[in-house]
Design a binder for this molecule. Structure first.
Ligand code: TMP
Length: 394
Protein backbone atom coordinates (compact mmCIF):
# COMPACT_ATOMS: atom_id res chain seq x y z
CA UNK A 1 0.00 0.00 0.00
CA UNK A 2 1.40 3.31 -1.09
CA UNK A 3 1.76 6.12 1.41
CA UNK A 4 2.02 9.69 0.18
CA UNK A 5 3.86 12.22 2.37
CA UNK A 6 2.06 15.51 2.52
CA UNK A 7 3.41 17.32 5.60
CA UNK A 8 6.94 17.72 6.94
CA UNK A 9 7.06 18.95 10.56
CA UNK A 10 10.84 18.95 10.73
CA UNK A 11 13.20 17.39 13.25
CA UNK A 12 11.40 16.55 16.48
CA UNK A 13 12.35 15.05 19.83
CA UNK A 14 10.12 12.41 21.45
CA UNK A 15 7.10 14.45 22.56
CA UNK A 16 6.80 13.20 26.14
CA UNK A 17 10.52 12.96 26.79
CA UNK A 18 10.75 15.77 29.35
CA UNK A 19 14.35 16.54 30.16
CA UNK A 20 15.83 16.50 33.63
CA UNK A 21 18.40 19.01 34.82
CA UNK A 22 21.02 16.31 34.35
CA UNK A 23 20.23 15.35 30.75
CA UNK A 24 19.14 18.83 29.61
CA UNK A 25 22.39 19.49 27.80
CA UNK A 26 22.84 15.99 26.41
CA UNK A 27 22.11 15.45 22.74
CA UNK A 28 18.48 14.49 22.34
CA UNK A 29 17.23 11.76 20.06
CA UNK A 30 15.49 13.49 17.16
CA UNK A 31 13.59 12.18 14.19
CA UNK A 32 11.94 13.63 11.11
CA UNK A 33 8.21 14.02 11.63
CA UNK A 34 6.38 13.51 8.36
CA UNK A 35 2.69 12.85 7.94
CA UNK A 36 1.29 10.67 5.16
CA UNK A 37 -1.91 9.55 3.49
CA UNK A 38 -2.60 6.01 2.40
CA UNK A 39 -4.87 5.95 -0.62
CA UNK A 40 -6.52 2.53 -0.19
CA UNK A 41 -7.76 2.82 3.38
CA UNK A 42 -7.59 6.68 3.44
CA UNK A 43 -5.71 6.36 6.72
CA UNK A 44 -3.54 9.32 7.81
CA UNK A 45 -0.47 8.40 9.84
CA UNK A 46 3.01 9.56 10.73
CA UNK A 47 5.83 8.05 8.69
CA UNK A 48 8.34 7.04 11.35
CA UNK A 49 6.95 4.81 14.06
CA UNK A 50 8.90 4.17 17.26
CA UNK A 51 8.87 0.94 19.28
CA UNK A 52 6.10 1.16 21.94
CA UNK A 53 8.52 0.34 24.75
CA UNK A 54 10.42 3.53 24.08
CA UNK A 55 7.31 5.63 24.68
CA UNK A 56 5.00 3.65 26.95
CA UNK A 57 6.96 2.43 29.91
CA UNK A 58 7.24 2.95 33.66
CA UNK A 59 7.98 6.65 33.24
CA UNK A 60 4.93 7.78 31.30
CA UNK A 61 4.06 11.31 32.46
CA UNK A 62 0.49 11.59 31.19
CA UNK A 63 -2.43 11.41 33.64
CA UNK A 64 -6.06 11.37 32.47
CA UNK A 65 -7.25 12.66 35.84
CA UNK A 66 -5.38 15.96 35.46
CA UNK A 67 -8.31 17.65 33.76
CA UNK A 68 -11.81 18.26 35.06
CA UNK A 69 -13.04 18.14 31.47
CA UNK A 70 -11.82 14.55 31.08
CA UNK A 71 -13.19 13.44 34.44
CA UNK A 72 -16.62 14.89 33.63
CA UNK A 73 -16.61 13.33 30.19
CA UNK A 74 -15.79 9.88 31.60
CA UNK A 75 -18.46 10.25 34.29
CA UNK A 76 -21.22 11.06 31.86
CA UNK A 77 -20.14 8.31 29.45
CA UNK A 78 -20.13 5.77 32.29
CA UNK A 79 -23.69 6.73 33.26
CA UNK A 80 -24.75 6.36 29.64
CA UNK A 81 -23.06 2.95 29.30
CA UNK A 82 -24.76 1.62 32.45
CA UNK A 83 -28.18 2.88 31.34
CA UNK A 84 -27.93 1.92 27.69
CA UNK A 85 -25.95 -1.34 27.64
CA UNK A 86 -26.28 -2.63 31.23
CA UNK A 87 -22.88 -4.36 31.01
CA UNK A 88 -21.78 -7.12 33.35
CA UNK A 89 -18.12 -6.71 32.40
CA UNK A 90 -16.27 -3.74 30.94
CA UNK A 91 -12.75 -3.74 29.61
CA UNK A 92 -10.74 -0.57 29.06
CA UNK A 93 -7.70 -0.56 26.80
CA UNK A 94 -5.36 2.21 27.98
CA UNK A 95 -6.90 2.71 31.42
CA UNK A 96 -4.18 5.17 32.52
CA UNK A 97 -4.79 6.25 36.15
CA UNK A 98 -8.36 4.93 36.19
CA UNK A 99 -10.30 8.12 35.39
CA UNK A 100 -12.86 6.00 33.47
CA UNK A 101 -12.96 2.65 35.30
CA UNK A 102 -13.29 4.34 38.68
CA UNK A 103 -16.91 5.11 37.71
CA UNK A 104 -17.78 1.41 37.84
CA UNK A 105 -17.94 -1.32 40.40
CA UNK A 106 -14.46 -2.79 40.90
CA UNK A 107 -15.47 -6.36 40.08
CA UNK A 108 -17.12 -5.24 36.83
CA UNK A 109 -14.05 -3.71 35.22
CA UNK A 110 -10.75 -4.80 33.74
CA UNK A 111 -8.12 -2.23 32.83
CA UNK A 112 -5.14 -2.70 30.56
CA UNK A 113 -2.39 -0.10 30.85
CA UNK A 114 1.19 -0.85 29.81
CA UNK A 115 2.68 2.14 31.67
CA UNK A 116 3.24 0.59 35.08
CA UNK A 117 3.77 3.90 36.92
CA UNK A 118 0.18 4.92 36.14
CA UNK A 119 -1.33 1.40 36.16
CA UNK A 120 -0.21 0.83 39.73
CA UNK A 121 -2.43 3.72 40.86
CA UNK A 122 -5.55 1.64 40.11
CA UNK A 123 -4.03 -1.72 41.13
CA UNK A 124 -3.35 -0.27 44.57
CA UNK A 125 -7.06 0.56 44.78
CA UNK A 126 -7.86 -3.12 44.05
CA UNK A 127 -9.05 -2.67 40.49
CA UNK A 128 -8.32 -5.53 38.04
CA UNK A 129 -5.67 -3.74 36.05
CA UNK A 130 -2.85 -5.24 34.03
CA UNK A 131 0.37 -3.50 33.23
CA UNK A 132 0.65 -5.10 29.78
CA UNK A 133 0.31 -4.19 26.10
CA UNK A 134 -3.03 -5.07 24.56
CA UNK A 135 -2.60 -8.25 22.51
CA UNK A 136 -4.29 -11.47 21.44
CA UNK A 137 -2.30 -13.30 24.10
CA UNK A 138 -3.54 -11.01 26.88
CA UNK A 139 -7.09 -11.10 25.53
CA UNK A 140 -7.09 -14.92 25.69
CA UNK A 141 -5.72 -14.78 29.23
CA UNK A 142 -8.43 -12.34 30.33
CA UNK A 143 -11.14 -14.36 28.58
CA UNK A 144 -10.08 -17.42 30.53
CA UNK A 145 -10.09 -15.54 33.83
CA UNK A 146 -13.15 -13.27 33.47
CA UNK A 147 -15.16 -14.61 30.51
CA UNK A 148 -16.48 -12.45 27.66
CA UNK A 149 -17.00 -8.72 28.13
CA UNK A 150 -20.06 -6.71 27.00
CA UNK A 151 -18.28 -3.39 26.56
CA UNK A 152 -14.74 -2.62 25.42
CA UNK A 153 -13.78 1.05 25.74
CA UNK A 154 -10.65 2.77 24.56
CA UNK A 155 -10.05 6.52 24.52
CA UNK A 156 -7.03 8.20 22.97
CA UNK A 157 -5.19 4.91 22.87
CA UNK A 158 -5.68 3.14 19.53
CA UNK A 159 -4.12 6.09 17.76
CA UNK A 160 -0.93 5.18 19.68
CA UNK A 161 -0.74 1.53 18.59
CA UNK A 162 1.03 0.58 15.38
CA UNK A 163 -0.39 -2.91 14.91
CA UNK A 164 -4.13 -2.35 14.50
CA UNK A 165 -4.49 -5.88 13.17
CA UNK A 166 -3.43 -7.28 16.55
CA UNK A 167 -5.68 -4.75 18.36
CA UNK A 168 -8.90 -5.66 16.54
CA UNK A 169 -8.24 -9.41 16.48
CA UNK A 170 -7.63 -9.26 20.23
CA UNK A 171 -10.86 -7.30 20.77
CA UNK A 172 -12.83 -9.86 18.75
CA UNK A 173 -11.56 -12.62 21.06
CA UNK A 174 -13.03 -11.17 24.26
CA UNK A 175 -16.01 -9.09 23.05
CA UNK A 176 -19.31 -10.98 23.26
CA UNK A 177 -21.46 -11.41 20.10
CA UNK A 178 -23.81 -8.65 21.25
CA UNK A 179 -20.96 -6.67 22.81
CA UNK A 180 -20.19 -3.01 22.10
CA UNK A 181 -16.82 -1.50 21.30
CA UNK A 182 -16.51 2.22 22.02
CA UNK A 183 -13.55 4.08 20.57
CA UNK A 184 -12.72 7.71 21.15
CA UNK A 185 -10.00 9.61 19.36
CA UNK A 186 -9.31 13.05 17.88
CA UNK A 187 -11.19 13.59 14.65
CA UNK A 188 -9.22 14.13 11.46
CA UNK A 189 -11.73 16.52 9.91
CA UNK A 190 -11.58 18.73 13.03
CA UNK A 191 -7.78 18.58 12.98
CA UNK A 192 -7.77 19.84 9.39
CA UNK A 193 -10.48 22.46 9.95
CA UNK A 194 -8.79 23.82 13.09
CA UNK A 195 -5.27 23.52 11.69
CA UNK A 196 -4.18 21.58 14.77
CA UNK A 197 -1.14 19.99 13.17
CA UNK A 198 0.18 19.35 16.68
CA UNK A 199 -2.14 16.35 16.87
CA UNK A 200 0.79 14.70 15.07
CA UNK A 201 3.73 13.59 17.18
CA UNK A 202 5.60 10.34 17.73
CA UNK A 203 2.91 8.85 19.99
CA UNK A 204 -0.02 9.80 17.77
CA UNK A 205 0.60 7.39 14.94
CA UNK A 206 -2.86 7.92 13.45
CA UNK A 207 -5.47 10.62 13.42
CA UNK A 208 -8.59 8.73 12.36
CA UNK A 209 -11.37 9.75 10.04
CA UNK A 210 -14.67 7.88 10.00
CA UNK A 211 -14.03 6.70 6.45
CA UNK A 212 -10.57 5.28 7.29
CA UNK A 213 -11.83 3.60 10.45
CA UNK A 214 -14.71 2.01 8.53
CA UNK A 215 -12.27 0.70 5.92
CA UNK A 216 -10.16 -0.89 8.65
CA UNK A 217 -13.02 -2.25 10.77
CA UNK A 218 -14.67 -4.13 7.93
CA UNK A 219 -11.69 -6.50 7.77
CA UNK A 220 -12.60 -7.65 11.29
CA UNK A 221 -16.36 -7.90 10.73
CA UNK A 222 -16.91 -4.84 12.87
CA UNK A 223 -19.02 -1.82 11.97
CA UNK A 224 -19.77 1.61 13.39
CA UNK A 225 -23.43 2.02 14.34
CA UNK A 226 -23.35 5.46 15.95
CA UNK A 227 -20.99 8.43 16.24
CA UNK A 228 -21.02 11.15 18.89
CA UNK A 229 -19.14 14.34 18.20
CA UNK A 230 -17.19 15.54 21.26
CA UNK A 231 -15.39 18.76 22.03
CA UNK A 232 -12.67 16.81 23.93
CA UNK A 233 -9.07 17.25 22.73
CA UNK A 234 -9.97 19.86 20.14
CA UNK A 235 -12.70 17.80 18.51
CA UNK A 236 -12.99 14.05 18.89
CA UNK A 237 -15.36 11.35 17.74
CA UNK A 238 -16.80 8.66 19.94
CA UNK A 239 -17.50 5.64 17.73
CA UNK A 240 -19.97 2.99 18.86
CA UNK A 241 -19.07 -0.25 17.10
CA UNK A 242 -20.70 -3.68 16.93
CA UNK A 243 -20.00 -7.04 15.41
CA UNK A 244 -21.65 -7.34 11.98
CA UNK A 245 -23.68 -10.30 13.19
CA UNK A 246 -25.36 -8.03 15.77
CA UNK A 247 -28.55 -6.69 14.14
CA UNK A 248 -28.51 -3.31 15.89
CA UNK A 249 -29.77 -0.44 13.70
CA UNK A 250 -27.20 1.93 12.14
CA UNK A 251 -27.81 5.45 13.44
CA UNK A 252 -28.02 8.34 10.96
CA UNK A 253 -24.99 10.01 12.61
CA UNK A 254 -22.78 7.47 10.79
CA UNK A 255 -24.14 8.52 7.40
CA UNK A 256 -23.86 12.22 8.30
CA UNK A 257 -20.22 11.89 9.39
CA UNK A 258 -19.25 9.86 6.35
CA UNK A 259 -20.94 12.34 4.02
CA UNK A 260 -19.36 15.42 5.59
CA UNK A 261 -15.90 13.83 5.43
CA UNK A 262 -16.31 12.96 1.76
CA UNK A 263 -17.64 16.46 1.04
CA UNK A 264 -14.61 17.95 2.80
CA UNK A 265 -12.36 15.76 0.65
CA UNK A 266 -10.80 13.45 3.26
CA UNK A 267 -10.54 10.77 0.56
CA UNK A 268 -8.40 13.00 -1.60
CA UNK A 269 -4.69 13.88 -1.30
CA UNK A 270 -5.33 17.45 -2.56
CA UNK A 271 -7.14 18.25 0.70
CA UNK A 272 -4.05 17.23 2.68
CA UNK A 273 -1.71 19.25 0.50
CA UNK A 274 -3.86 22.33 1.14
CA UNK A 275 -3.70 21.60 4.87
CA UNK A 276 0.10 21.46 4.65
CA UNK A 277 0.12 24.92 3.06
CA UNK A 278 -2.02 26.27 5.90
CA UNK A 279 0.36 24.74 8.43
CA UNK A 280 3.35 26.52 6.87
CA UNK A 281 1.45 29.83 7.05
CA UNK A 282 0.55 29.13 10.67
CA UNK A 283 4.25 28.80 11.57
CA UNK A 284 5.08 32.17 9.98
CA UNK A 285 2.19 33.89 11.76
CA UNK A 286 2.98 32.41 15.18
CA UNK A 287 6.63 33.44 14.89
CA UNK A 288 5.56 36.97 13.96
CA UNK A 289 3.41 37.22 17.08
CA UNK A 290 6.22 36.05 19.36
CA UNK A 291 8.75 38.36 17.71
CA UNK A 292 6.49 41.39 18.07
CA UNK A 293 5.93 40.69 21.78
CA UNK A 294 9.58 39.98 22.46
CA UNK A 295 10.56 43.23 20.70
CA UNK A 296 8.30 45.00 23.18
CA UNK A 297 9.99 43.15 26.08
CA UNK A 298 6.82 41.36 27.09
CA UNK A 299 7.01 38.43 29.49
CA UNK A 300 5.74 35.25 27.86
CA UNK A 301 5.17 31.96 29.66
CA UNK A 302 3.50 28.68 28.63
CA UNK A 303 0.46 26.96 30.16
CA UNK A 304 0.18 23.17 29.91
CA UNK A 305 3.40 21.48 28.73
CA UNK A 306 1.50 19.13 26.45
CA UNK A 307 2.98 16.54 24.13
CA UNK A 308 1.18 18.41 21.36
CA UNK A 309 3.05 21.62 22.12
CA UNK A 310 6.33 19.76 21.55
CA UNK A 311 5.37 19.57 17.87
CA UNK A 312 4.49 23.29 17.70
CA UNK A 313 7.56 24.56 19.56
CA UNK A 314 10.03 22.44 17.61
CA UNK A 315 8.38 23.01 14.23
CA UNK A 316 8.30 26.78 14.82
CA UNK A 317 11.78 26.89 16.46
CA UNK A 318 10.47 28.45 19.66
CA UNK A 319 12.53 27.76 22.77
CA UNK A 320 13.62 29.06 26.19
CA UNK A 321 14.73 32.34 24.59
CA UNK A 322 11.09 33.19 23.89
CA UNK A 323 9.08 31.40 26.56
CA UNK A 324 10.42 31.86 30.10
CA UNK A 325 8.77 28.78 31.59
CA UNK A 326 5.75 26.50 31.37
CA UNK A 327 3.25 25.94 34.18
CA UNK A 328 1.82 22.44 34.51
CA UNK A 329 -0.17 20.56 37.14
CA UNK A 330 1.40 17.17 36.31
CA UNK A 331 3.91 16.19 38.96
CA UNK A 332 6.03 14.07 36.61
CA UNK A 333 6.55 17.03 34.28
CA UNK A 334 7.45 19.57 36.96
CA UNK A 335 11.07 20.64 37.48
CA UNK A 336 11.89 19.26 34.04
CA UNK A 337 12.38 20.89 30.64
CA UNK A 338 10.26 20.68 27.50
CA UNK A 339 11.71 18.30 24.87
CA UNK A 340 13.84 20.05 22.25
CA UNK A 341 12.88 23.58 23.26
CA UNK A 342 14.36 23.19 26.78
CA UNK A 343 11.84 25.46 28.52
CA UNK A 344 11.67 24.92 32.31
CA UNK A 345 8.40 23.42 33.60
CA UNK A 346 7.23 24.75 36.94
CA UNK A 347 4.51 23.59 39.29
CA UNK A 348 1.29 25.50 38.77
CA UNK A 349 0.32 27.66 41.71
CA UNK A 350 -1.84 30.37 40.20
CA UNK A 351 -0.98 33.26 37.88
CA UNK A 352 0.54 36.58 38.91
CA UNK A 353 -0.51 39.26 36.39
CA UNK A 354 2.26 41.56 37.66
CA UNK A 355 4.86 39.07 36.47
CA UNK A 356 3.22 37.69 33.32
CA UNK A 357 2.00 39.54 30.21
CA UNK A 358 1.29 36.74 27.74
CA UNK A 359 0.66 33.02 28.01
CA UNK A 360 1.17 30.54 25.21
CA UNK A 361 -1.63 28.01 25.64
CA UNK A 362 -0.01 24.60 25.19
CA UNK A 363 -3.14 22.92 26.58
CA UNK A 364 -5.40 24.69 24.05
CA UNK A 365 -7.64 21.61 24.12
CA UNK A 366 -8.68 22.62 27.65
CA UNK A 367 -9.14 26.30 26.78
CA UNK A 368 -12.63 26.66 28.26
CA UNK A 369 -11.63 24.98 31.53
CA UNK A 370 -8.46 27.08 31.79
CA UNK A 371 -10.10 30.41 30.86
CA UNK A 372 -12.70 29.79 33.55
CA UNK A 373 -9.96 29.06 36.09
CA UNK A 374 -7.92 32.12 35.07
CA UNK A 375 -10.76 34.65 35.02
CA UNK A 376 -8.85 37.02 37.30
CA UNK A 377 -5.71 37.03 35.15
CA UNK A 378 -7.80 37.77 32.05
CA UNK A 379 -9.76 40.51 33.86
CA UNK A 380 -6.50 42.18 34.80
CA UNK A 381 -5.54 42.36 31.11
CA UNK A 382 -3.47 39.17 30.90
CA UNK A 383 -3.50 37.68 27.39
CA UNK A 384 -3.22 34.23 25.87
CA UNK A 385 -1.53 33.20 22.62
CA UNK A 386 -3.15 30.33 20.77
CA UNK A 387 -2.28 28.71 17.43
CA UNK A 388 -5.70 27.30 16.46
CA UNK A 389 -7.51 27.77 14.10
CA UNK A 390 -4.87 30.39 13.30
CA UNK A 391 -2.25 32.04 15.56
CA UNK A 392 -3.73 34.93 17.50
CA UNK A 393 -3.77 36.75 20.83
CA UNK A 394 -6.88 36.31 22.96
P1 TMP B 1 -2.96 16.83 27.04
O1 TMP B 1 -3.36 17.92 26.11
O2 TMP B 1 -1.98 15.90 26.41
O3 TMP B 1 -4.17 16.16 27.60
O4 TMP B 1 -2.15 17.47 28.28
C1 TMP B 1 -2.67 18.48 29.08
C2 TMP B 1 -1.57 19.02 29.95
O5 TMP B 1 -1.94 20.29 30.48
C3 TMP B 1 -1.23 18.14 31.15
O6 TMP B 1 0.15 18.11 31.32
C4 TMP B 1 -1.89 18.86 32.32
C5 TMP B 1 -1.83 20.29 31.89
N1 TMP B 1 -2.88 21.12 32.46
C6 TMP B 1 -2.55 22.10 33.39
O7 TMP B 1 -1.39 22.28 33.73
N2 TMP B 1 -3.54 22.86 33.91
C7 TMP B 1 -4.87 22.70 33.57
O8 TMP B 1 -5.73 23.41 34.09
C8 TMP B 1 -5.19 21.69 32.60
C9 TMP B 1 -6.61 21.47 32.18
C10 TMP B 1 -4.17 20.93 32.06
Amino acid sequence: MKKINFLDLGNQPLANNYLTKKNKFKKEKKYRLKVCFENTTKLVSIEKIFPSKLMFNNKYPYRSSMSKTMIKSFQSLSKFIIKEFKPKKILEIGSNDGAFIKNFNKNKTIGVEPCSNVEKITRKLNFNTYSEYWSKKLSKKLLKKFGEVDVVYSANTLSHIKNLNEVFNAINIILSEKGILILEDPSLIECLKRNTYDQFYNEHIYVFSTIALENILKKYNLEIFKIDKLSIHGGSNRYFIKKKTNQRRIHKSVITHRKSELNYGLNNITTYRKFATRVKKSKIKLNKIFKKLKDKNKTIIGYGATAKSTTILNYCNIDYNTIDYFLDTTKDKQNKYTPGSKIPIIKYSGLDRNKIDYIFLGAWNFKDEIFKKEKKFIKKGGKFIIHTPYPKIL
